[in-house]
Design a binder for this molecule. Structure first.
Ligand SMILES: NC(=O)c1ccc[n+]([C@@H]2O[C@H](COP(=O)([O-])OP(=O)(O)OC[C@H]3O[C@@H](n4cnc5c(N)ncnc54)[C@H](OP(=O)(O)O)[C@@H]3O)[C@@H](O)[C@H]2O)c1
Length: 297
């Protein structure tokens, strides 16, 4: 249940790293007075972080209460590398939420990994950093349109704004099944996040759709990689903590205006030259076809 005074914020990939930093900063900024939904797979990490969120008073969760609860912090377990799970999770939220005000998307595995196909036939990296994000936003649009924020709901995808390349998009191999290299994949998902936001913002101009680059972040994704050990002095010098990045990115997200925005690591606005509609539509139709074929209802 969601009461009118309680903003609804969803953090997909909020159990670790940048997403966790953003969720924690958000919870503290509002002194916990919000409906916060953390989505990921790591229940223990979610429990630990939710227990650390500020809790203004005991929640009043009595169904008979007219006021309703003043805060609700919950974890929803879902493996977002499978698009069928993304559809299921969205469906259950559509059934029980009245609106969504913030949708923050940071799920991912290292983009420097080799192609690893899920049982649905998508590369895991591409599924987490593009297809699942597209599907979740697309399915939840009815709730985002009902946001009570005066400047509209905010959708915020943290990946690699400004690091894409339109020229690299291969319209005959959008899912990179014919030729998959780490570089092609990195460029593809970076560019696809821009193209998806461009189309979404045109379709729903009252909502803020943002794609952000967080800079180098000392999150588990970085610290567990061999690169971290090989370039330790360099990386520790340049990489920021997830907590610091979380604060920057959530305040940028909360201040983002309606339309398509791109942001850099300090929350600065990045220029964007809109892509040709033909390529935007080609990618959109491809994604719709792939993701709808994986809907299990
Ligand atoms: N760290 C950097 O320097 C850096 C730089 C540029 C861009 N980025 C991008 O920023 C995003 C966040 O990275 P991070 O550094 O915060 O990484 P992280 O600390 O490893 O966090 C990744 C998050 O993704 C979730 N996740 C992974 N696989 C999942 C799955 N199958 N289903 C659902 N959730 C899943 C994890 O949750 P569970 O474990 O609970 O499933 C976790 O919450 C990524 O897209 C990354 O590419 C990071």
């Amino acid at each position: 249940m969601t009461t009118p005074q309680m903003p609804v914020a969803i953090f997909v990939g909020g159990t670790s790293g940048i997403g966790r930093g953003m969720a924690e900063a958000y919870a503290h900024h509002l002194n916990g007075i919000a409906h916060i939904i953390i989505i990921g797979r790591d229940q223990a990490a979610a429990n630990e972080m939710i227990s650390s969120f500020p809790k203004p008073t005991e929640p009043n969760t009595e169904p008979s209460s007219s006021a309703g609860p003043i805060f609700l912090h919950e974890f929803v377990s879902s493996d977002f590398s499978l698009i069928s799970n993304v559809h299921k999770t969205a469906k259950s939220l559509l059934n029980r939420l009245q609106r969504i005000d913030y949708l923050v998307l940071t799920p991912g595995v290292s983009l420097f990994a080799r192609r690893k196909e899920t049982k649905e036939g998508l590369d895991e990296k591409m599924a987490l950093s593009y297809y699942s994000r597209w599907t979740f936003i697309h399915d939840l649009l009815p709730l985002l349109r009902k946001s009570e924020i005066r400047s509209g709901a905010k959708v915020y995808s943290v990946l690699s704004a400004g690091r894409g390349d339109l020229e690299s998009v291969d319209t005959d191999d959008l899912d990179l099944k014919k030729k998959h290299t780490i570089q092609r994949c990195r460029l593809a998902v970076s560019t696809y996040n821009d193209l998806m936001m461009q189309k979404l913002a045109k379709q729903d101009p009252q909502i803020g759709f943002s794609h952000a680059f967080p800079g180098l972040v000392r999150s588990p994704m970085l610290t567990s990689s061999m690169w971290y050990y090989l370039f330790y002095p360099f990386l520790t010098f340049f990489a920021q903590t997830p907590e610091a990045v979380g604060k920057i990115q959530i305040s940028t997200c909360m201040a983002s205006p309606p339309g398509f925005n791109r942001y850099g690591e300090m929350g600065e606005s990045l220029k964007y030259m809109p892509a040709d509609e033909l390529i935007v539509e080609r990618l959109w139709n491809h994604t719709l076809q792939v993701t709808e074929s994986l809907r299990e209802e």
